[in-house]
Write a protein that binds this ligand. Structure first.
Ligand code: APR
Ligand code: ZN
Ligand code: ZN
Length: 375
């Protein structure tokens, strides 16, 4: 029985900005009040982890244990934990849901004020870390830190899921799948018969396509500079794909011509200013909605002629697909078990945790959609 004791286990640590992962033995302290310790079983590799390594997420501190798309089993719980017990299958939530704050109480938002405080800088609410390695404190990441055999998270950052959920591709509900799928369903509210354009066909963009299809969109246009992504995009519901490199005019012009004036919904799933503007300019002048899903570099600014909005366009964004995390994740897992969508379509590779650097090479070279690390 490990409850109440420090656990020594394997984790992938990033010691400094731009460094590779090193597999280390770390100590994971027992959970304090309102916290749970989780044995991570599977965790996906997401572009945002790479942004963190590159120093593009301003709140990340090193050394750190990254990873925010995981699934596992609760090993033990701290004092005052009410709704989670050892043995429960869970998904850590990088957007918590405290249930008490002004955002949690507002149906329009899935943000949580609790997630913006201490934990945003890689520490637990009491200002300390649960990880040490070689005598040094290791920072947490996004309330989750899943590139480790064991992690600690607060109850408000953990969703209990169906006991029959797979401890494998279910991890994608922790970020990539839900972010894209919810962007279509919650943020854009794609309507039946509509026309959609998705810029960037990585894991996020493909999950947007899955959402657009389920919402009944009639035309789903995938846009990517890597045509290797077109087959899978079409398999998931894209009705056509555009490679900007095939045209000598700007993509918005191509889309405006092909759609008779622009799309109902445009999604930016790359994280670049240029594709954000291209998405906006591809949307219909009178009623087009653009949803920013990609994460841009810190201090980026975007500029456009405000007249572009005056006629009726909307531009908005969302994190984690607009899902209120603790409420929605168990339902998404149930929908997955009911085969409403197939997470496996997004999985291209599986590797053991100690090959994590290979997994990131696959992401950086554009060869993978999602790599699942088996911990
Ligand atoms: N135009 C169109 N597509 C592009 C362009 C461009 N100018 N530049 C890159 N892409 C494509 C890439 O070829 C790739 O297929 O965008 C896709 C991005 O996919 P991934 O790198 O796999 O990223 P993903 O995990 O889907 O995340 C996308 O959302 O959550 C954020 O941080 C994440 O900003 C990132 C974005
Ligand atoms: Zn992610
Ligand atoms: Zn809250």
């Amino acid at each position: 029985d490990t409850a109440g004791k420090v656990i020594k286990c394997k984790a992938a640590v990033i010691w400094e900005k731009s460094a590779p992962f090193s597999i280390e033995e770390v100590e994971v302290a027992p959970p304090k009040a309102n916290e749970v310790r989780i044995k991570i079983v599977a965790t996906g590799i997401c572009r945002s982890d790479d942004h963190a390594i590159e120093g593009k997420l301003s709140t990340v501190k090193f050394p750190v244990i990254l990873g925010h798309e995981g699934v596992g089993i609760v090993e033990s719980t701290g004092e005052s934990v009410k709704h989670i017990k050892p043995g429960d299958r869970v998904i850590p939530l990088f957007v918590p849901q405290c249930g008490q704050c002004i955002c949690c109480k507002d149906p329009r938002s899935n943000m949580c004020i609790a997630g913006k405080m201490k934990k945003a800088v890689g520490l637990m609410s009491d200002g300390t870390s649960r990880f040490t390695c070689k005598g040094k404190q290791i920072y947490h990441f996004m309330n989750t830190s899943t590139f480790t055999e064991y992690t600690v998270a607060e109850e408000m950052s953990v969703a209990k899921i169906d006991s029959g959920a797979s401890l494998d591709n279910t991890c994608l509900i922790g970020c990539g799948f839900s972010t894209g799928y919810g962007s279509a369903l919650n943020s854009a509210k794609v309507h039946p018969g509509s026309t959609c354009a998705i810029f960037g066909l990585g894991g996020i963009g493909l999950a947007v396509i899955m959402g657009c299809k389920i919402a009944g969109a009639a035309r789903i246009i995938g846009v990517d500079i890597n045509p290797d992504k077109f087959n899978i995009a079409k398999e998931l519901g894209a009705t056509e794909c555009i490679n900007p490199k095939d045209y000598d005019k700007p993509v918005p012009q191509v889309i405006l011509e092909q759609t008779g004036g622009g799309v109902d919904y445009a999604f930016e799933c790359v994280g670049h200013i240029e594709t954000m503007l291209a998405a906006l300019n591809s949307s219909h002048f009178a009623y087009g909605t653009t949803v920013i899903v990609g994460v841009s570099a810190p201090d980026s600014t975007i500029s456009f002629d405000p007249m572009i909005l005056l006629t009726g366009r909307t531009i908005k964004g969302s994190v984690f697909g607009g899902w209120k995390s603790k409420n929605s994740v168990p339902q998404l897992v149930s929908d997955s078990l009911a085969k409403k969508f197939d997470l496996e379509k997004l999985v291209t590779h599986r590797l053991p945790l100690n090959k994590i650097n290979e997994g990131f090479d696959l992401l950086r070279s554009g060869k993978s959609i999602r790599t699942i690390l088996l911990v």
